[in-house]
Design a protein around this ligand. Structure first.
Ligand code: FDA
Length: 304
C-alpha cells in the first residue's frame, strides 16, 4: 500500500496538468505545513519566525518545468531577488536552488551563466548558495558544473545522496575542493543499477560519508530527520573532538519541529530548508511520497 501511494505521489508531482491545477487553486490540502508561502515576503516572515528561536534557514524558490531560456532567466532573477530580500531584511538565511530551474535541461551554458549571476549577487551580500541534487540523470553534470563554479566562487556548496553507489567516491574526490556538502539519503526514485534499494544500506552509507567528510576536515550539513543518524553524528563528533561549528543539522520546513528546537537548545547549528513559491505542488508531492503516512494529514485537511 505504502509503495502504491509513494509511486502515485511521485507520478503526480511530475504531472504538468496536476501542477497547473494546483497553481490555480493556491496552497491547499495542508501544503502550507511544508511550504512557507507563495511570495518572497511570506517566506521572509517564515524565516524571521525560525530565527527567533535560533534556527537558521535556507530559502528555496520553487520552480519546476522550465522549458525556455526566458523561464530559466526569470527563475534566476527570482533567486537574486530572494538574496536581496534576505540582505534587506537582515534575516539569517542562505539560498538553495535546483539547476534544472536555471535551464540545465535546455543548455548547459545558459545554466552556468545563470549560476554565475546568482553566485556573484550572493557574494556581494556575503551569502552562500547550495545546489540541490536532483535525479541520477543530472548527477554527473551537476558535479561537473559545481567543480567549474568552484574555480571562481567559494560561496557555493552542493548535495550528495547516500543512496547512490558512487557516493563514497564522489565525497573522496570532492575533498580536494574542500567542498561544503549537504549529505542526504536521497529523495528520487532510482533503479537498483545505480542506488541501494534497501533503506538499511542507505542509512549505513550516509553514516559512512558523514564520517569521511568530517574526518577530512570539511564542513558538513547533515540533512536528515532520522534520529538514529542525528545521534550517530552527535556521538561521532563528541568522540573525535570535532567542534559544533564544523557542521550543521538541516531539516525541512514543517517536519520534526520539536527536534529542530531541541538541537538548537543543545547548542548545535540547525538550518531549516524553507521552500516558497507558486510552484509548490511537485515539492509537496515529494514530501508525501517520502512518508505516505502524511496522507492522513492531507485527508484531515481536506475534510476540515
Ligand atoms: P527517513 O526517511 O528515514 O525519515 C526519518 C524520520 O523522519 C521519519 O520516520 C519521520 O519521522 C521523519 N520524516 C522524514 N520525512 C518526512 C516527511 N516527508 N514528513 C514527515 N516526517 C518525515 N534529497 C535529494 O535527493 N536532494 C536534495 O538536494 C535534498 N535536499 C534536502 C535538504 C534538506 C534540508 C533535507 C532535510 C532533506 C533533503 N533531501 C534531499 C531529502 C532527503 O534525501 C530525504 O529524502 C529526506 O530527508 C527523508 O529522509 P530522512 O533522512 O529524513 O530519513
Amino acid at each position: 500500500m505504502d509503495m502504491l501511494l509513494k509511486n502515485m505521489f511521485q507520478a503526480l508531482g511530475k504531472s504538468r496538468s496536476a501542477n497547473r491545477l494546483a497553481k490555480k487553486y493556491g496552497l491547499r490540502f495542508g501544503a502550507a505545513r511544508f511550504v512557507a508561502g507563495e511570495t518572497i515576503k511570506q517566506s521572509i516572515d517564515a524565516v524571521r519566525r525560525l530565527n527567533e528561536d535560533g534556527r537558521m534557514a535556507t530559502l528555496d524558490h520553487l520552480g519546476e518545468f522550465v522549458f525556455s531560456s526566458e523561464e530559466a532567466e526569470e527563475s534566476a532573477n527570482m533567486c537574486m531577488q530572494t538574496l536581496d530580500a534576505i540582505a534587506e531584511s537582515g534575516v539569517t538565511s542562505n539560498l538553495s536552488l535546483k539547476m534544472t530551474s536555471l535551464g540545465l535541461d535546455i543548455n548547459r551554458e545558459l545554466c552556468v551563466n545563470n549560476m554565475k549571476r546568482i553566485l556573484s549577487r550572493a557574494r556581494s551580500h556575503n551569502n552562500f548558495v547550495r545546489i540541490d541534487m536532483e535525479d541520477y540523470a543530472h548527477c554527473q553534470v551537476s558535479l561537473d558544473i559545481y567543480r567549474e563554479l568552484r574555480e571562481q566562487y567559494d560561496n557555493v556548496g552542493i548535495v550528495i545522496q547516500a543512496y547512490l553507489y558512487r557516493t563514497v567516491q564522489d565525497v573522496t574526490d570532492l575533498n580536494g575542493l574542500k567542498a561544503n556538502l549537504r549529505l542526504v539519503k536521497g529523495a528520487y526514485k532510482e533503479s537498483a543499477d545505480v542506488a541501494f534499494p534497501e533503506k538499511k544500506d542507505v542509512d549505513e552509507n550516509l553514516k559512512r560519508i558523514i564520517r569521511l567528510h568530517l574526518m577530512n576536515g570539511n564542513y558538513a550539513a547533515v540533512a536528515s530527520h532520522d534520529e538514529a543518524i542525528i545521534n550517530f553524528t552527535k556521538d561521532f563528533v563528541r568522540e573525535q573532538g570535532i567542534s559544533k561549528d564544523a557542521f550543521e543539522f538541516q531539516m525541512l520546513y514543517g517536519i520534526c519541529e520539536d527536534l529542530q528546537k531541541q538541537l538548537v537548545q543543545e547548542g548545535y547549528r540547525v538550518r531549516v530548508y524553507v521552500p516558497y513559491g507558486v510552484d509548490w505542488f511537485g515539492y509537496f508531492m515529494r514530501r508525501l511520497a517520502e512518508r505516505p503516512a502524511n496522507v492522513w494529514f492531507v485527508l484531515k485537511n481536506m475534510l476540515k
